[in-house]
Each structure stands twice: as C-alpha cells, then as structure tokens.
Ligand binder design. Structure first.
Ligand code: OSB
Ligand code: MG
Length: 368
C-alpha cells in the first residue's frame, strides 16, 4: 500500500430538503474529501465533521489542519503492509476519529482497488444489497409528518426514523403510529434530553418503537444505562460510541441494546468492524447510520453494511433524496428499500471530476 500523493478537496452542496433536528436546521452540506494516490489508482473518503461542533466535537477546520500538518506527512511517500498498518502510523493521537477516518477509509478504498476486490468483500461482508430506511427531519406539524412518512413508506423504505426534540416527540410519534400501525418506527433525539425528562421519554414506550436513538448527552453512557432501566424500548447509542472500548462499556453497562454504527465516527473501517464483532458477542443488533454523505461516504457506508450483524435497516437511503447532482458518476439508488452494493473494486464509485472541479472551494495537492 504505497501512498504517492494526496488531494484535499472541500465542496459545498445544497441539500434538496430542509433538515431540522434538535441541533437546528441544515440546508447545505460542506464536504471535505481526501484522495490518496498510489500505483496508478486512487482511494477516496469523505469527512463527516461539520463547520461547527454540533454532533460531536470535531470541526472541518480542525480536520484540515490535522491532515495537512500531522497525518499526511506521516504517510506520504511511504509504503504500508495494509490499511491497518497505515492507520497505526497515524500515531496514538487522541480523539479526532472523523479526521483519522478520512485517511483510513481512503486507504481501504485504495487497498481494495489494488487487490481488485469490492471493499465490502475485503471487510468480510457477503450481502449484494442492504436494507435501508430513512431519517426524516422535524416537520411543521403532525399532518406534514404523516405526509412525509407516507411518501417514504410508499417508496418502500424499510424503517422510518423521526427526529424529535423536547416538546416535539410524542405528537409526531402518535400521529405516525395511528396512520401506520405496522411500520418499523424509530426516533432520534440527538442528545436533547436529560434524566429529568424520564417521564416524557417513558411516554414513548407506548408506540412500539424499535429503539430510541441517543436521547441523552453525546458523551454519556452512565445516564443512558439508568434511563434504559426505567424504559422498555431499547435505547440505541449513536454519538456516545466513538470506539470499540466505548461500545464494550456501553453494552456492558446496559446503556442500550442497539448501536448506530457510523464508520466515520469511530475512526474507520477496522474500528467499525471491531464494534460490529463486539455488538454481535453481546447479541446487540447494529445498523449503519449516515451523516447526509455524498456518494463517496454513502458508498463506504453501503460496503460496511454488508457485514452480517447489520441486522436492522440503515440510514443509507437513495442519493437522489439529498442532491440534485451527486459528486460521483454512479447512481446509489434504493429500490423497494434495498440498496444494491456497488460491484466494482474498492467502493466501486468514482469522483465526477468535472463537477468536483466546478464546485470545489478548496483543492490542494500534497506530496512527500
Ligand atoms: O444523528 O444520525 C444522526 C445526520 C447528520 C448528523 C447526525 C445524524 C444524521 C441523520 C441523517 O440522522 C442520516 C442520513 O440520512 O444520512
Ligand atoms: Mg443519530
């Protein structure tokens, strides 16, 4: 795994929908990309940190600094036995999993292309298509919620996740459940509650939710364990699992029964696979989350989802839901809630270089 040069690219893409969560409203995505070149091939990854530290603590500016000054100087012009050896060369720095994941994931894509196998196969996955659902932002009222749920149920999505926040939780869930008694329904609070809200959260136990995602603080496990003892619906950990150690501690504490596994949040594919295996040993199902990725990150997510303990539908819905034009040449479209796994080597997708050049706000090349 020879790393000859790298490109750092930053793009801005408008979202097709207004995405409201307990953090606020999002209408566009700033997308940092890393391209690693070696042996005439390229591996690409997408960063999922944001402009401001809303979801976790990382930022795009922080990631660009780490790539330029810390990570890329350690790998450019060097050769590694495999992506895990390359990741080890990034050192035992603390945190910054999303920035590290950019390097690690680009290396996996490049490595799989060098070996001429699909990334999912290289990771040990076998599925040729993966089950997907949708994550729907907060709507203006119950009627708008039921309407948008109906649209996505009719498109065949296998699970509907509603974003909630205090004062807007039981209302959309009750309305959706009355209209659709049998769908797989979940909610995601993005850390908007505390244990003081236990009564409000317990009210959700009535609606047959598959799980309640990240109700409490982004860096908490202990209070989630307390809340889980007070509730029937399984809790699903998202923000608060950034490593295999977090996953082990969370499951051992009883902080939840399900994990939303995002490869970018945990530092890359190797750590994601460790979490996949730990969850399996606890009998805890996992599913693949999303961060409104472009086709680059979306393709990585789809490949990871081919591993066997991804037992619940993921958030990796059709790219055309998010963008009028994606930044890859291939279409990533689900059909009846099934997303086909790209079949080419690596992620199986390629950057639309012409479009990327047109919209790039930053494009740098780095050499040893
Ligand atoms: O909490 O899962 C989340 C998007 C951005 C940040 C956090 C989350 C989300 C989503 C959207 O729920 C998932 C997607 O459609 O990619
Ligand atoms: Mg979430």
């Amino acid at each position: 795994l020879q790393i000859e040069s790298a490109e750092i690219i930053v793009l801005r893409l408008p979202l097709k929908f207004r995405f409201e969560t307990s953090f606020g409203v999002q209408t566009e995505k700033i997308i940092p990309l890393l391209v690693l070149h070696g042996g005439g091939l390229q591996g690409v990854a997408e960063g999922t940190m944001e402009f401001a530290p809303m979801y976790r603590e990382e930022t795009i500016a922080g990631a660009l600094h780490l790539l330029r000054e810390v990570f890329l100087p350690r790998i450019l012009g060097k050769s590694f036995a495999n992506p895990e050896a390359l990741h080890d060369a990034l050192g035992s720095f603390r945190g910054n999993k999303m920035a590290r994941a950019m390097v690690e994931m680009a290396a996996w894509d490049l490595w799989a292309r060098m070996l001429d196998v699909p990334l999912g196969t290289l990771l040990g996955g076998r599925k040729t298509e993966v089950e997907v659902g949708v994550s729907l932002g907060i709507q203006k009222d119950e009627q708008a919620t039921v309407d948008i749920v109906r649209k996505h149920v009719e498109q065949g999505y296998r699970r509907i996740k509603l974003k909630i926040k205090p004062e807007w939780d039981v209302q959309p869930v009750r309305a959706t459940r009355e209209a659709f008694p049998d769908i797989k329904l979940t909610v995601d609070a993005n850390s908007a509650y505390s244990l003081a809200d236990t009564a409000r959260l317990r009210a959700l136990d009535e609606y047959g939710l598959v799980y309640i995602e990240q109700p409490l603080a982004w860096d908490d496990l202990v209070d989630h364990a307390e809340l889980q003892r007070r509730m029937v619906t399984p809790l699903c950990l998202d923000e608060s699992v950034a490593s295999a150690q977090d996953a082990r501690k969370g499951l051992a504490l009883g902080a939840g029964g399900v994990i939303n596994l995002k490869v970018s949040r945990v530092g890359g594919h190797a750590e994601a696979r460790r979490i996949h295996d730990i969850a399996e040993s606890f009998g805890a199902p996992i599913w693949c989350g999303g961060m409104l990725e472009s086709g680059v990150g979306r393709a990585h997510n789809i490949h990871l989802s081919t591993l066997p303990n991804f037992k619940l539908p993921g958030d990796t819905s059709s790219a055309s839901r998010y963008w009028t034009q994606d930044i890859i040449n291939e279409a990533l479209e689900a059909n009846d809630g099934l997303m086909p796994v790209p079949t080419g080597a690596g992620t199986g997708v390629t950057l639309n270089r012409e479009f990327v050049a047109k919209i790039a706000e930053l494009h740098e090349e780095r050499h040893a």
